[in-house]
Design a protein around this ligand. Structure first.
Ligand code: N01
Length: 540
């Protein structure tokens, strides 16, 4: 790959070669446009390239968490497990890159540092950490929602004499914990997936929990042959069903019944049935679980009882029961043996509400009560979600205004796709779109298709630029907040509202109005000549 001082021009510059960037490139190429993809990793795959920690796997059933745009791809790829592991997902994305001959337009090990809009030419100039400067009529940020790690800020963090890893930056060759005392900080999805596997290997695992999380069983296993057959025979229909479900996931399809109208016996039966299915099915039991606190409390109680029934030590069980936020208001975790891990002799729990971490010391983790000596530390402390990756790039729009400054009070977008003052800059699954509150595969395909259609519309008419109007953006942001406020989501200190990053503005970022509603809105906007956008008629 050529590096050094070059100045090439493309129709589009795409940042990131994960699920979004790969499909974006494929779509634009199919329209006869030129595009260059920059990817920081040494391989394609994005989230599934970086998240290699033990136990990393998807929490949406494999068939649904995959591209639907190519029936041939769909038919030829066989998933081995109900919830695919990270290695299988990475193989899939590499297969996609090969199958559609994408690699020749992807430059790996290259980080985009700046992107500036030139008002005279209506083009973006992009620079990289390898010294390249290229221009594109359009710039597409396919940078992911959970790609920038929340770095540990504990005093003394660098003094630890053993190795430490963030789950989101796991070494390619894996880590051998045999015989080691391991401290795991965090109890989100990454921790909950990795703790049972680390405990299988390590001599001792000490879990440092600040806030207990709700987790439901995955009931993972080989793909049921009956399910595979059903998908093979009815794939188009199953895909369509997912696209009509509020979360883009068939098993969480909206229910008509309300928990508050059911008897305790009916509720228990419904929750038991969905616990037995596993995964997010539980949240689909009733239509009022995410909008009504009393209804939600019935599901909270059900899961709390499950935790108490699985974890044998009552004091540990009680510490593991979430008590400070409604179920579903933080991303529900999907596990294989998480709560059971605490029945092992080599796993113990430290409640950071009782004894906060004061420092990382050379020999381990020091809390207000004692120093826990460990040989290795796993930081499972999450991500600077949704805006983190965009904040790492110096993005400048009209008048040299930076996106960082524009978003200092919280991210504002129109439809999660574009930002006023930043013409021809598209964001895939940006804040203000369903993104992380949707099956990402469904959300990404819809965004990529909308963006490529929009680019096709502009190119076909020799139009120079498209830009969200401030009025449309303000209206959309207000709508995103208004919808969030009708749910229990804002009641949790979650990464959805930036609460996990000190100093980050507390704004509810994803759109919770439901995928079909959102898609219909996007389609209507396009059908009405890109309503809410200014389309400039200057020719190239
Ligand atoms: O991160 P998280 P994650 N001191 O932010 C704790 C997706 N995902 O990587 O809750 C002590 O959820 C923090 O505590 P608290 C999925 O969307 C999917 O686990 O802030 N503790 C929390 O317990 C998920 O939601 C899968 O009080 C600190 C944990 O660290 C998202 O990625 C697998 C701390 C962070 O949890 C992020 O998940 C993995 C501190 N200073 C991830 N700072 C699938 O299953 C943070 N914590 C597909």
């Amino acid at each position: 790959m050529a590096t050094g001082a070059t100045m090439e021009s493309y129709d589009a510059v795409i940042v990131g070669a994960g699920f979004s960037g790969l499909y974006m490139l494929h779509r634009l190429r199919a329209q006869g446009l030129t595009a260059r993809v920059y990817e920081a990793g040494t391989g394609v795959g994005g989230t599934w390239y970086w998240n290699r920690y033990p136990g990393a796997r998807v929490d949406i059933e494999s068939q649904e968490y995959s591209y639907s745009f190519s029936p041939e791809l769909d038919a030829e790829w066989q998933w081995s497990e109900r919830y695919a592991t990270q290695p299988e997902l990475l193989r899939y994305l590499n297969h996609v890159a090969d199958r559609f001959d994408l690699r020749r337009d992807i430059q790996l090990e290259t980080r985009v540092e700046t992107a500036r809009f030139d008002e005279a030419s209506n083009r973006w100039t992009v620079t990289t950490d390898r010294g390249e400067t290229i221009t594109g009529r359009y710039c597409v940020m396919a940078t992911g929602c959970l790609s920038v790690t929340n770095e540990p800020q504990f005093p003394g963090v660098d003094s630890f004499k053993g190795p430490s890893w963030h789950t989101g930056r796991w070494p390619r060759d894996g880590v051998d914990f045999t015989g080691q005392r391991v401290g795991v900080i965090g109890t989100g999805s990454s921790a909950i997936q990795s703790i049972p596997l680390i405990a299988d290997q390590a001599a001792q695992v000490t879990v440092f929990q600040r806030t207990p999380n709700f987790s439901v069983p995955a009931h993972n296993g080989p793909v049921d042959p009956a399910v595979a057959k059903d998908w093979a025979e009815n794939r188009a229909q199953r895909r369509a069903e997912a696209r009509e479900a509020g979360f883009g996931i068939r098993m969480v399809d909206g229910q008509e019944a309300f928990a508050k109208e059911a008897t305790p016996e009916e509720r228990r039966a419904a929750y038991e049935a969905r616990w037995a299915i596993g995964g997010f099915a539980l949240l689909g039991a009733y239509g009022d679980l995410i909008t009504d606190l009393e209804a939600n409390a019935t599901a909270v109680e059900f899961v709390a009882d499950k935790i108490r029934s699985i974890v044998k030590d009552p004091a540990t069980a009680e510490k593991l029961v979430p008590k400070t936020f409604p179920i579903g208001s933080k991303r529900l975790c999907v596990d294989t043996g998480y709560y059971d891990s605490f029945n092992r002799d080599n796993v113990s729990l430290v409640d950071l509400r009782e004894e906060p971490i004061e420092a990382i010391v050379p020999t381990g983790i020091q809390t207000a009560h004692e120093t826990y000596e460990v040989d290795a530390i796993v930081y499972a402390i999450g991500y600077d979600a949704m805006t983190g990756a965009l904040g790492k790039i110096d993005i400048r729009g009209r008048g040299g205004a930076t996106l960082k400054d524009r978003w200092a009070g919280g991210p504002g977008t129109y439809l999660g796709l574009m930002v006023a003052g930043f013409p021809n800059l598209f964001i895939v699954t940006g804040p203000g779109s369903p993104s992380v509150l949707c099956n990402m595969a469904v959300a990404i395909e819809q965004h990529v298709e909308w963006i490529s259609d929009c680019i096709g519309y502009l190119s076909g008419r020799q139009l120079g630029a498209i830009e969200a109007t401030q009025a449309a953006q303000d209206e959309w942001v207000a709508h995103v907040n208004e919808v969030a406020d009708t749910t229990v989501y804002p009641l949790a200190n979650s990464w959805y509202i930036g609460a996990n990053i000190p100093g980050k503005p507390r704004v509810f970022m994803p759109y919770i109005g439901g995928f079909p509603v959102y898609r219909d809105k996007c389609n209507a906007v396009a059908a009405n000549g890109y309503e809410g956008f200014t389309v400039s008629s200057d020719a190239r």
